[in-house]
Write a protein that binds this ligand. Structure first.
Ligand code: KIV
Length: 279
């Protein structure tokens, strides 16, 4: 049986840790499923990690659907009998332009991919309305507070909720998300004591990243844990130097093939060639 959102609550009630990792395609989904995670998130961080954008803002709903379908195929192949819960991020501006459009975007995730839930950022009054509409339409929603990368131009990538006023605001927003019907909450880059306190006070599971060890569960961007990214967040240290390792072993393979080609001629000495075809 695939995991359901309610299973995460049962894990919290049973005092069991919850693990969630990101995936962006069939290959990475199969790897994280093989590791035995409870939940796989097709996060909009794929905009930066995989698509090479500077922020998460440019990724589109179509791209999220495409990558989520691929991740779903990877899970089906790797963990056919007990697949983890598959969750897809709603990208920037797919849920901020009115409740109808937001429900339609979340509905597309459930209709067109094997994901069983969506995640979205923030707890503004409009966002709470949208979450309520989604939940009442049968769409499970995971919230996301603290450092919310879709608000990078307002918040930066700094640690959030550092002072008592913003901590109180975060407490109110977390409770509002629970009351709006979120089945779980991701909390990113906030003080560990606050995250522990929220984990203890909320009924829904609190899944932390850069939020200390006292949360009900932990989520990480898989490429960060594997050391594959060039810009590593300070609150998510790598478990291995995957990028350097890959460059080294692939470089060894390249060298084993024989002497490298001579350097290309400089433009000044290169012979004239016909225009490149448009292909
Ligand atoms: O997009 C993402 O990968 C995320 C995680 C950092 C939780 O939202």
């Amino acid at each position: 049986m695939p995991l359901r959102p309610a299973d995460l609550t049962r894990r919290k009630q049973g005092g069991l840790a919850i693990t969630m990792l990101t995936a962006w395609d069939a290959l990475s989904a199969a790897v994280v499923a093989g590791a035995g995670v409870d939940a796989v998130l097709v996060g909009d961080s794929l905009a930066m990690v995989v698509l090479g954008h500077a922020t998460t803002l440019p990724v589109t709903l179509e791209e999220m659907l495409h990558h989520c379908r691929a991740a779903g195929r990877g899970l089906a192949a790797a963990a056919a009998h007990h697949p983890p819960l598959l969750i897809c991020d709603l990208p920037f501006l797919s849920y901020q332009c009115g409740a109808d459009e937001a429900v339609a975007a979340a509905g597309r995730v459930l209709k067109e991919t094997p994901a069983v839930a969506v995640k979205l950022e923030g707890a503004e009054p409009e966002t709470l309305t949208v979450i309520d509409r989604m939940v009442r339409s049968g769409i499970p929603v995971m919230g996301h507070l603290g450092l919310t990368p879709q608000s990078v131009h307002q918040l930066g990538y700094r640690r959030q909720a550092g002072d008592p006023v913003s901590q109180e605001r975060l407490r109110r927003r977390a409770l509002a998300l629970q009351e709006a019907g979120c089945f779980a909450l991701v909390i990113e880059h906030v003080p560990a004591e606050l995250a522990s306190e929220l984990s203890a006070s909320l009924v829904i599971p609190v899944i932390g990243i850069g939020a200390g060890d006292g949360c009900d569960g932990q989520v990480r961007v898989t490429a960060d844990l594997l050391g594959l990214t060039s810009r590593q967040p300070p609150f998510s240290p790598p478990l291995m130097e995957g990028r350097a390792l890959a460059v080294e072993v692939l470089g060894r393979w390249v060298r084993e093939q024989g002497p490298a080609a001579a350097p290309a001629p400089t433009p000044a000495t290169r012979p004239a060639s016909p225009a490149a075809p448009h292909c």
